[in-house]
Design a protein around this ligand. Sequence first.
Ligand code: ADP
Ligand code: MG
Length: 699
Amino acid sequence: MHYLDTPIEFLKGVGPLRAGLLRKEAGISTFADLLSFYPFRYIDRSKFYKINEVSGEMPYVQIRGTISGIKLHGERRTTRMTALLSDDTGELELVWFRGFKWLKDQFKSGVEYIVFGKPTLFGRRINIAHPEVEPVTPVALNQLSSMQAVYNSSEQLRAKGLDSKGIGRLVKTLLPLALPHIGETLPKTVLQALKLPGRQDSLLAIHFPSDAGTLKKAVARLKFEELFFIQLSLLRSRQLRLEKTGGHVFPSIGRLFNAFYHETLSFSLTGAQKRVLKEIRSDTLSGKQMNRLLQGDVGSGKTVVAVMSMLMALDNGFQACLMAPTEILAFQHYESVSTMLSGLGVTVGLLTGSTRSARRRETLQQLMEGSLQLLIGTHALIEDVVKFEQLGMVVIDEQHRFGVAQRARLWAKSKVPPHVLVMTATPIPRTLAMTLFGDLDVSVIDELPPGRKPIKTIHQYDSNRLKVFGFMREQIKKGRQVYVVYPLIQESETLDLKDLTDGYESIVREFPLPDYGVSIVHGKMKPSDKDYEMQRFVRGETQIMVATTVIEVGIDVPNATVMVIESAERFGLSQLHQLRGRVGRGGDQSYCILMTGSELSGDARKRVGGLVSTNDGFQIAEMDLQLRGPGDIQGTQQSGLPDLKLADLTKDEAILKAARHYARDLLERDPSLSSDENRPVARQLKHLFPDKIFWSRIS
Ligand code: ADP
Ligand code: MG
């Protein structure tokens, strides 16, 4: 066993009890874990404040002074002990809520103490609760550093003496013992090229920095290391997939593709669509399995690309399937794809949870025989009973909504895995994409079909509702249609539903029959009712669609030009952007109206303002990342975003790019990392990622 894998229990000063707590509360099981339990900030312990400089807002202060007037408070039992700390500028109160017996006799009058703690304004006086106190001695003064590490602790750890200081003591015990066992993990060439400090120096400096410059370099190096190994494993796993997994070859562009392209398609493809089709084409010729992520903003025309990719499979005697996240979407895809392909004699089927059993049996039978060429559906497609004769291409729409395990099951459907195209309309910030999907190939449609007028986005307070109704009337008079969307957030589903139905009723009152028709759609309706309402709107029989976010993705009604979002402050940025993407799909000027109350939180204001300021999904994704942090971006939780200790994907894009660059460079020169020089790199990679499972690989 490597020294650093020694259980933390065996470190002097730990023992079984504290070891258990460290594991449970801080995830520290071994020596190595403690070394990488990095401080979350540093405080300047070399500076002393005068009492008259101290205010309740200061995080921590250190004061030199004398202690007097110790008092115990409480009726039968002491509940609190106070003392006065004085210097030549004034006095403040120190207070303790436990440990009285021991503390009471600690402080001697006339002795000067160093007092350290968090000042709080209590009434009109400032006090410091549970300060650290030690007598002023030359040794004590000498040990005060300008950068003292602060570690995260917890109530339970503190109760066993493992507050920040206690943890610092453990690190101090461990470091000198561990240093000789800490080997370099980064290649020499990289260290030299980037002038990064060594691993030993960096670990020492991050726990006990001598100055800010050294600390900065140490942190940069450790962040780089963290990101470098993630990138290395992603790229290595992509490499392995390409080496090991064969893919179907589609040698010919055939009748269906050509007929569709030359005869059916009523518009010419954008440059971006053509480029992506070429990328997919070359994947399907390579003999390797395609694993491609297709990113494109709402309305950028991903569906056509998906259909044409599936035709490539069909032309070569394979079947294809298209999987959508909801029944409504699956049905809409089914309708539009059937229409698109109607002249070509392609057999298209639909399979969802609500497909009747007779129909289902028939569909499954045809699928197995191969007489059904293209299947569209929901996650019903991945059930084991769904067997294809020869599945060549899988398209997954809006992949964020599919769990990883679900996607994995698609693979099992044929001996040679089908090509997989994953489409997402939620642009993913670059840094996240690089980390989450670093082993996928990524295509981007970064161009909207021509003739689109940018959507105008307007923020309105609820008090202006009548004005908004007036605007809706104007648009409807011009023959346009309107969405009105209400939030539906799980925790308060019934309340939200009431908002929605109240809103629906007031809109029906404002827009009465026979001049107006209003549809309503929400998640609690029976699928058949939902469908009925949706279809009425799609056919233009109703002018207003009142809905929850079920219409967020995919619905395509080019005649709809107004999207009114109620309680817009309750939606996330990406979601707002998705909703907005439901309009602006035809040639007419479209509008998105964000309704909010008059009191907005700072973040809500930023979201609303952000949406008003740009239509660019990628910019919005970046804003979302900055506002919410990587963990909360839609879909990242289930996608296996690695747990980063130091690096921050919202701030460290430059380091991430460097890490990816050097990782790729290394693998190009030594694909299996087998050279002597790279052996430590390989060892560390294996140590960090022993099972080599990458979630995105199986998407
Ligand atoms: P996405 O799925 O990316 O949001 P869609 O594929 O639904 O976008 O396309 C949005 C609309 O734009 C559809 O009505 C589609 O027919 C149309 N469209 C797609 N590509 C083009 C193009 N190159 N030129 C004109 N219209 C297009
Ligand atoms: Mg779409």
